[in-house]
Design a protein around this ligand. Structure first.
Ligand SMILES: [Zn+2]
Length: 111
């Protein structure tokens, strides 16, 4: 069998449960409800259980917690301990440097 070169590969997309943005799966962070019913961050994306995805942005995590989007997506009620754990994880994300400022001039900006 020959390797199909240059053929567009299917990139699995997922939706952030907070901002509903669609993103390549690897651009999002997976959260999983484990078989024991615990909610954990799943950086490998391979844990068994029901999954939900969030952008690696603190704002999305806070939003998901505030709106209980994870509760809905994972069909679970997050405990205060789990919420605290998720918040701590979210705080480890690099602070956002004004998205889009890196070499992408806004074409609509008057100059
Ligand atoms: Zn998001």
């Amino acid at each position: 069998m020959k390797k199909a070169k240059g053929r567009p590969r299917h990139i699995p997309e997922r939706t952030c449960v907070a901002c509903r943005r669609r993103e390549a799966k690897r651009g999002l962070v997976r959260l999983v409800r484990t078989l024991e019913g615990q909610v954990e961050v799943d950086p490998t994306g391979r844990k068994p259980g029901r999954g939900a995805y969030l952008c690696p942005r603190l704002a999305c995590w806070e939003e998901a917690i505030r709106r209980r989007a994870l509760n809905r997506a994972l069909r679970v009620v997050l405990t205060p301990e789990e919420i605290e754990r998720l918040r701590q994880y979210a705080r480890s994300f690099p602070a956002e440097e004004e998205a889009g400022a890196a070499g992408q001039p806004d074409p609509s900006a008057p100059e």
